[in-house]
Design a protein around this ligand. Sequence first.
Ligand code: GLU
Length: 325
Amino acid sequence: MVDEAQRVTRLAPSPTGALHLGNAMCFLAAWLIARQRGWRVVMRLDDLDGPRVKPGVSEAVLETLAWLGLDWDGEVRRQSEAMVEYEAALRVLRDKGLIYPSRVTRRELAAWSEASAPNEGQAEAVFPAGLRPSNEQLQCLIDTTPLLASDDFAWRMRVEPGGVVFSDERLGEVRVAVAEEVGDFVVATKSGVPAYQLAVVVDDVSQGVTDVIRGRDLLSSTARQMLVMHGLAMEAQQPRYWHLTLIRGSDGRRLAKRHGDTRLTAYRQLGVQPDRIRGLLAWWLGAIDRPEPISMKGCLSAFDIERLRREDIVFGTGDNAWLTS
Ligand code: GLU
């Protein structure tokens, strides 16, 4: 059991798109939960997504978070600088026979899943065990495929039936049927990049993260990350998970570009002050009864985990009008 004072959470922005109000609310919540309890807050930049990461965006994201009032402890970890660690983790998984190279294309996968069991509304095509290479092919493939430099092969994690059960600090017991939901998932892509599900596990262990606080949209990823942790025999470093309420647009979908420009930088350009943005976020978090400009100190004393909302929040035109009024 980790001592309360030794706990560590992390802020992990992706410098691919700009930060919007939904991301900001999660970061503020993570920061408040941690700082109220005297935990450390570390920063990680998820900058592995090569083509989508534009130069300078990482620095801009950090600057925007600081403008909002957040701070963090120690050096910023950048995924792009941790390749050696990811490769070492892949080697462990490979040597245990838990991952294998696969050449199956997205199109083949889509065709397969449509033919076998079309699953209405499923975001990701399921990769079934039946598409694994045969045992005869396997050894040769494993011996000849580099872990992070292959043009043709992705590495996939073998997912056995049975699912993953864990206890979430917000949601209680969660069950994810990984084999049915996604099947054998990618841990290193065909472009030779470690996949998010692998990188996050290595990062969290490396940064000593004890508490992962993030949006509920990542719930099903958590189960995959737990399988990777298990494969790496890192269960002892398993963090606690807190999955938070999401912000949705008035159409019920998760807040995104289609709901208008809710990037922090856009509001900043309009001259909106951070205390006003915090006012809306703090209200969403249940810390105050109505939106009103608030300092970081004010947020720290008003925030109460017991009042943190459990239902999703809808961002409406009224909220936007209040911010820009
Ligand atoms: N960078 C990811 C995102 O912005 C968060 C990853 C994580 O919390 O594990 O969605």
